[in-house]
Design a protein around this ligand. Structure first.
Ligand SMILES: [Zn+2]
Length: 99
């Protein structure tokens, strides 16, 4: 998603009505957007789903397709990504030992 393009769109739509309003309105909107995104996939939520995600990946299922919010969060959050890599490493070794 291109945040810059969205802001530009909002700005121009506000400019048609009332020019002075635009910056403040955009800032307010961005804050709402941020809080929504945090709720979308917080670290806690992702942590709770990481093992499920990694299991899918080890099973050669398309984990990113099945759980796009987790994938998106892993791209953005290095803490969760480290947790994911560690789990992947463990599960990978475990599944090889089983065979
Ligand atoms: Zn995180």
């Amino acid at each position: 998603m291109n945040i810059r393009a969205i802001i530009q769109k909002i700005k121009s739509s506000f400019n048609h009505q009332e020019e002075e309003l635009s910056n403040e309105a955009v800032l307010k909107f961005l804050r709402v957007l941020e809080s929504v995104r945090e709720e979308d996939a917080s670290c806690d939520e992702v942590y709770a789903k990481i093992d499920e995600y990694v299991e899918k990946e080890v099973d050669k299922k398309d984990a990113a397709q099945l759980m796009p919010l987790v994938r998106e969060h892993l791209d953005l959050c290095s803490e969760c990504f480290e947790e994911y890599e560690a789990l992947l490493d463990i599960l990978d070794k475990t599944s090889k030992e089983e065979k």
